[in-house]
Structure formats: structure tokens, C-alpha cells
Design a protein around this ligand. Structure first.
Ligand code: TXA
Ligand code: MG
Length: 316
């Protein structure tokens, strides 16, 4: 991926002239536009049907670009960036006054991350920092391959195809803009990973774990939803397997086209969760049932999976 000619100038020209481009990251595909161009960013909200009070993450390719957005890069923020960037962690700091309100939804803070994908990094280096939400219609599961973006937007959005994304769930969002570090959205980088780097306690915001009221604007909206109805199985295996249902399970007690088994590999489950959600719709399943994941609490991705499945199920 060292070849600097890999990205067709169509993509860079589109961004440079105020257009919108979908691009791959290690988490999910993003729908990017020039973070300094108001009209360009408005197009993102229009295309997605995204509520105006839900702020966007700014994607950068070099640490030096951060200071155009954050008013002060704190010691904790630098420690996390050095440990995890490029990578699936968005860091919220107090914003500079000149950062567009359309990015921050009027908040006094801004979320920034450096994605760990060669195409994303090259695209940003050749153009500018990109404001980018996930490249799905608002409320739909985030896209983990180019075909998902095309399914939601048809040919109205140019897609830079980088294959399947590696992580499959959106980045961890951590708020460092007030006194104590707070995780607003759990992701592949876990609370314990962050605590180890910071040498202090990190908290979950209400709403990022089950049964609480959200604090991050994005967490109050219905999310990650396929057409099929998502719910948790009460027990590890159902009494009876129904034909119209796709089962996502840790252990198979039955084989079949509609039973997907992970054997405790939550990383794999995270990677393909949204693809399974979308595939269920394509294949005509009316329900998706997920077996309990409680036995695997040690893995960093566990709270992120619970959070996304709960939201898809309309709980929390
Ligand atoms: O992995 C990701 O983060 C992907 C890829 C494309 O980078 N992006 C993504 O963006 O998931 P989006 O817009 O779907 O989610 C951004 C989340 C939302 O929940 C939003 O409310 C929150 O970050 N957010 C952004 N800026 C914020 C701020 N200043 N304060 C609180 N929450 C913020
Ligand atoms: Mg999103």
C-alpha cells in the first residue's frame, strides 16, 4: 500500500471541490468532506438524513493537524494518541472557536481520530482533514464494505473501495474535555486499555452501557438497525430453531444456513456483525436472535458488542 498513485484523482478532486467521498477505515466506512467547508459538510447531513444535533468526528492523518481543531491538547490526550493512533479511538477535547458548528453540533468540544487504514491516511494526506460520520443512512447498520455504502446511497456517493473493514464496529469515543475521562461509546479499545495508558480510572457515560440515559448526542438515537427485528435469546440455545430467524450464537446446538457460530471469538463476531445484519435483510429473515455473550466478559470488545446489539434491539 505504499504506492502513492493508488487513489484515483477523482476522489481527491471531489473532496477538493467541496464534494463528499465514502472511504474505508479500520472500523467502518466513513462519509467524508472537507472539515473546513460548511457547504460540503451540510451535504453529509442531507445525504444521511442525520439529525443536526449529532456531531461528527474529524479524521486526521498527522498529529500536527489536531491543533487546528482542539484548543488545547492535554497530556492525557497525547498519551492516548501515542498509544492508540492510528487506531479506533476518537478523542474529544475542547474545540477551537473557529471549528465549524456544523461539525460539533454547537458543542464546545470536538472529536478527532486518526484512522488506521492506508487508504484513509493517504486520502487525508492528499487533501485535508475530513469530517466524517459512518457512511450509512441514519439509523441503519454502519457499512463494513463498499457494497453496504452502495446499498444505502446508490450511485449518489463515490466510494473508495478498501475491501472489508478489520474491526467492524465504530471507534471507542472518549471525552477528555472535562475533569475526568469518560467513554461515551465503547469500542475495540477497551476501558482497561485506556486506564493502563493514563494510569487512572476511566468511566462509562450513562447511556453507553445498558439501561441508562445517554450523554453523547449520538447515543440517544436509534442505531445500527436492520429491517429484521433483533433480540437476545434468553438462554444459550433456543428450544426450537425458527426458519425465518437468523441465529448468532457462541456454540452451535444445531447446524443450518440460519445458524452462525462464533465459539467465543468476539473479535470475529464484531467484525461481521453489521454484515450479518444486512445479509439477514437480503436473505429475507424477519428476525435475528443473538445468544447471550455473558461468558466472555474479559475481552475488550465485549461491552462494544453488547452496546450495539442492545441498540439494534431497541434497548438502551
Ligand atoms: O469508527 C468511527 O468512529 C467511524 C469511522 C468512519 O471513523 N465514525 C463514526 O461516526 O462512527 P459517527 O458520526 O457515526 O459517530 C460519531 C459519534 C456519535 O455518537 C457522536 O454523537 C459522537 O461521536 N460525537 C462526536 N463529536 C462529539 C462531541 N463533541 N461530544 C460528544 N459526542 C460526540
Ligand atoms: Mg454512525
Amino acid at each position: 500500500m505504499k504506492d502513492k498513485l493508488m487513489i484515483d484523482s477523482l476522489f481527491t478532486d471531489t473532496l477538493l471541490s467541496g464534494g463528499v467521498v465514502a472511504f474505508p477505515t479500520e472500523t467502518v466506512y466513513g462519509l467524508g468532506a472537507d472539515a473546513a467547508n460548511l457547504e460540503a459538510i451540510k451535504k453529509i447531513y442531507e445525504l444521511k438524513g442525520r439529525p443536526a444535533d449529532n456531531p461528527l468526528i474529524v479524521h486526521i492523518a498527522e498529529l500536527s493537524q489536531w491543533s487546528s481543531f482542539a484548543s488545547e491538547i492535554t497530556d492525557d490526550a497525547l498519551k492516548l494518541a501515542r498509544a492508540f493512533w492510528p487506531g479506533p479511538l476518537a478523542i474529544i477535547l475542547k474545540k477551537k472557536p473557529e471549528v465549524l458548528d456544523v461539525i460539533t453540533a454547537g458543542l464546545d468540544s470536538v472529536a478527532v481520530r486518526m484512522p488506521d487504514h492506508p487508504l484513509a491516511l493517504e486520502l487525508i494526506k492528499k487533501t485535508m482533514p475530513l469530517a466524517a460520520p459512518s457512511a450509512n443512512l441514519s439509523g441503519r447498520p454502519s457499512p463494513t464494505k463498499a457494497a453496504h455504502v452502495e446499498a444505502d446511497f446508490g450511485h449518489s456517493v463515490l466510494v473508495l473501495d478498501g475491501g472489508r473493514t478489520k474491526v467492524g464496529l465504530e471507534s471507542t469515543v472518549i471525552d477528555l474535555s472535562s475533569g475526568r475521562p469518560v467513554i461515551l461509546r465503547p469500542g475495540f479499545i477497551g476501558k482497561e486499555d485506556i486506564e493502563q495508558v493514563l494510569g487512572k480510572s476511566v468511566f462509562y457515560a450513562s447511556g453507553s452501557t445498558p439501561g441508562q440515559t445517554p450523554r453523547s448526542p449520538g447515543q440517544k438515537y436509534s442505531h445500527y438497525k436492520p429491517e429484521a427485528q433483533v433480540s437476545w435469546l434468553k438462554t444459550e440455545t433456543p428450544g426450537r430453531f425458527e426458519e425465518n430467524t437468523l441465529y448468532l450464537m457462541q456454540y452451535a446446538s444445531a447446524a443450518g444456513k440460519n445458524v452462525i457460530t462464533y465459539g467465543g471469538n468476539l473479535t470475529l463476531m464484531a467484525r461481521e456483525l453489521y454484515d450479518r445484519f444486512r445479509q439477514a435483510d437480503t436473505d429475507g429473515f424477519s428476525k435475528i436472535k443473538v445468544a447471550p455473550l455473558a461468558a466472555f466478559t474479559g475481552q475488550a470488545v465485549y461491552p462494544a458488542l453488547i452496546n450495539r446489539i442492545n441498540k439494534a434491539a431497541g434497548q438502551g
